[in-house]
Design a protein around this ligand. Structure first.
Ligand code: ADP
Ligand code: 5GP
Length: 202
């Protein structure tokens, strides 16, 4: 059995990751979503263990010290990180695993898992990004401004990524991501034993 595909998805806050991934998960049962740990407070409706593991700074630091994080980063005054164990287990079971993480974490994953595929979701423009972020209504005005300021720097990291997807309509963005995943899974380098398997059955 081939190992699953590790898929990194980043975008500025409000870029549409959550919305797009929800649609993608409805359609693909081989996908698994890594649940990150964070020190930020839960938003209304967010559940511990479902959207994030909401932990203290001390607990977060202990996870780092124990080597339990695949990557981690500080983002707008909070820590975010990917617990290593579930990701490794799913990949070994042949599941495709999505990490919805910011750019510093994306860079770390490219180093520890160079065979991952990384996608950057872009809004059609910065104006649309601001409209969507404000329209979501989940952050205070101050946090929205910090996230928008962060967005410009993040977009400059686009060149660290393998693919870009423009989130104009959700439907098209989902179709683009499906196409990218399908193409990646067909790379010859991802199936080293295919020639032997086919010839041995001939
Ligand atoms: P992220 O998870 O990247 O922070 P969200 O998925 O929460 O972003 O999207 C931010 C806001 O923009 C949400 O209110 C969402 O409903 C809206 N949104 C996302 N994609 C689109 C789109 N293609 N067209 C219109 N609104 C969108
Ligand atoms: P939010 O607070 O909006 O849920 O997330 C803020 C940012 O942190 C987003 O860009 C999100 O992708 C990123 N993020 C979420 N989980 C992780 C993680 O485990 N590691 C890293 N590096 N970034 C994360």
């Amino acid at each position: 059995m081939n190992k699953g595909l590790l898929i990194v998805i980043s975008s500025p806050s409000g870029g549409g990751k959550g919305t797009i991934l929800k649609e993608l998960f409805k359609r693909h049962e081989n996908l698994r979503m890594s649940v990150s740990a964070t020190t930020r407070a839960p938003r209304p409706g967010e559940e511990h263990g479902v959207h994030y593991y909401f932990i203290t700074k001390e607990e977060f630091q202990k996870n780092i010290d124990d080597g339990a994080m695949l990557e981690y980063a500080s983002y707008v005054n909070n820590f975010y990180g990917t617990p290593k164990a579930p990701v490794e287990a799913w990949l070994n079971e042949g599941k495709d695993v999505i990490l919805e993480i910011e750019v510093q974490g994306g860079r770390q994953i490219k180093t520890v898992a160079p065979d991952c595929v990384s996608l950057f979701i872009l809004p059609p423009s910065l104006e649309v990004l601001e409209e969507r972020l404000r329209g979501r209504g989940t952050e205070t005005d101050e946090v929205v401004r910090k996230r928008l300021a962060q967005a410009e720097g993040e977009i400059k990291c686009l060149r660290d990524y393998d693919y870009t997807v423009i989130n104009d309509t959700v439907e098209q963005a989902v179709a683009d991501i499906e196409a990218i995943i399908t193409a990646e899974k067909h790379r010859v380098s991802r199936d080293e034993t295919i020639v032997e398997r086919i010839l041995n059955h001939a």
